[in-house]
Design a protein around this ligand. Structure first.
Ligand SMILES: *[C@@H]1O[C@H](CO)[C@@H](O)[C@H](O)[C@H]1NC(C)=O
Ligand SMILES: *[C@@H]1O[C@H](CO)[C@@H](O)[C@H](O)[C@H]1NC(C)=O
Ligand SMILES: *[C@@H]1O[C@H](CO)[C@@H](O)[C@H](O)[C@H]1NC(C)=O
Ligand SMILES: *[C@@H]1O[C@H](CO)[C@@H](O)[C@H](O)[C@H]1NC(C)=O
Ligand SMILES: *[C@@H]1O[C@H](CO)[C@@H](O)[C@H](O)[C@H]1NC(C)=O
Ligand SMILES: *[C@@H]1O[C@H](CO)[C@@H](O)[C@H](O)[C@H]1NC(C)=O
Ligand SMILES: *[C@@H]1O[C@H](CO)[C@@H](O)[C@H](O)[C@H]1NC(C)=O
Ligand SMILES: CC(=O)N[C@H]1CO[C@H](CO)[C@@H](O)[C@@H]1O
Length: 343
């Protein structure tokens, strides 16, 4: 009896080949998981805002299973440091190698060996965006999750990013586990390729950025678990910070201007969130995740919202701070992004 129960439980815990959850750890603003590449293991940021598996400069060693390709690329990231400010430019040469996550291996998979570039968190990046638009000159083609699905390791073709407010989290595989959530599930149509950007057919049905209960502006958001904060266009972020009485600090490097807001930690912080028409329920960033940092004396807080001249209205990126306390489900069969609060 016990053995049979154990077998049923372990079968239920598998979605075809993959386990139903694989743990992640929060490290300096980035959620990282363990990925095996060839004979090495790397701690990579799980990034729903990009596509490829990329290993930081100098770390990748060829293994018995690695094969060279002639594909190289230059990849530019926003938000590559803990405060979200640093851009990162990477020169990448792709190899093909075995890649494993959650104990399941895909073979001959494109792995980017960074040969020159800016620092990245952890050992590199594991892209979980939807498949890139096909371009035969680049590494584009299949992404990791899509490959799991194509090889019969994952059905339905869905994964979740489940980040708690205590620094623990997981990638989940398969259908949304309703036992882990409470309240309503919001389902949003998303782009089929390149990013988890939400689709709208009119301005009125596009998501709304809400500040302290008041609609601030309509936006077109991309959900990006690999970004440390909420990122928006410079002018809109300046207006937002001014409207809540924050001081603005700006810096310009290499023609990129960024703005952050500071405020007295003793005051009530502004709450920033989103609503998704037709519902007017507001989904705020968790209060603790709202604060990027505090000065050593505890008096001056920096808000976890970044304006940058590299982004134009109405585009915003919703980073990992908003994910905290939520279950965010990504459906590659139907091209939807759904979310609910964690129970
Ligand atoms: C790379 O390019 C060279 C020269 O064009 C060619 O001979 C070689 O077969 C290519 N290698 C691969 C793996 O495509
Ligand atoms: C990976 O890149 C490094 C430079 O960071 C280079 O020395 C090495 O030969 C590359 N390895 C492969 C297998 O391409
Ligand atoms: C999206 O990606 C899929 C899979 O790579 C591809 O077949 C399709 O053509 C892409 N769509 C667009 C619009 O690029
Ligand atoms: C959940 O959705 C229902 C129906 O749209 C709505 O009446 C209710 O207020 C929502 N719940 C919350 C917590 O907003
Ligand atoms: C989607 O919404 C944005 C504003 O958030 C608006 O600028 C854009 O025109 C809308 N797209 C369509 C197709 O109506
Ligand atoms: C905001 O700026 C004012 C005027 O420069 C300054 O007096 C105040 O200390 C600043 N507050 C914070 C929290 O940065
Ligand atoms: C908080 O973050 C901002 C942006 O990186 C930085 O300018 C400031 O020095 C930081 N403050 C502390 C106390 O770390
Ligand atoms: C809700 C929904 O539309 N689900 C569909 C998602 O895609 C799968 C596979 O194509 C369908 O079987 C579901 O009905």
């Amino acid at each position: 009896m016990l053995t049979v129960t154990a077998l049923i439980l372990s079968a239920a815990a598998l979605v075809n080949g993959l386990p139903s959850t694989v743990p992640l750890q929060l490290h300096q603003g980035f959620w990282q998981g363990d990925f095996a590449v060839g004979s090495q293991t790397f701690s990579l940021t799980v990034d729903t805002g990009s596509f490829a598996i990329l290993i930081k400069e100098g770390l990748y060693k060829p293994s018995a299973t690695s094969q060279p390709t002639n594909i190289s690329e230059s990849i530019q990231f926003n938000g590559a440091s803990q405060d979200g400010i640093a851009p990162a430019l990477e020169t990448v040469f792709f190899v093909r190698d075995d890649v494993s996550f959650g104990g399941v291996t895909v073979h001959d998979f494109h792995v980017g060996n960074i040969t020159e570039g800016d620092d990245l968190p952890g050992d590199g990046v594991a892209g979980f965006s939807p498949p890139a638009s096909y371009n035969e000159d680049l590494s584009n083609g299949q992404g990791l999750v899509e490959t799991f699905c194509a090889e019969g390791q994952l059905s339905p073709c869905e994964f979740g990013i489940v980040l708690k407010t205590d620094g623990t989290g997981s990638v989940t595989f398969g259908a949304l586990d309703e036992s882990k959530i409470k309240g309503n599930i919001t389902v949003l149509p998303a782009m089929a390729n390149d990013s988890w950007q939400i689709l709208n057919s009119t301005e009125a049905d596009s998501p709304i950025l809400v500040v302290d209960g008041k609609p601030f502006t309509h936006i077109v958001p991309t959900f990006d678990s690999g970004g440390p904060n909420l990122i928006g266009p410079l002018d809109q972020v300046r207006d937002l910070l001014t409207s809540v009485g924050y001081n603005i600090t700006e810096q310009t490097n290499d023609h990129i201007t960024v703005a952050l807001g500071t405020y007295d930690c003793a005051r009530e912080p502004a709450r920033v969130g989103f609503s998704f028409p037709p519902s007017n329920e507001v989904h705020y960033i968790n209060l603790e995740a709202n604060v990027l940092n505090r000065t050593a004396d505890g008096r001056v807080c920096t808000a976890n919202i970044l304006g940058t001249s590299t982004v134009d209205a109405p585009y915003w990126a919703i980073g990992q701070t908003w994910f905290q306390g939520r279950y965010v489900q990504h459906d590659l069969d139907n091209n939807t992004l759904s979310f609910a609060d964690l129970a």
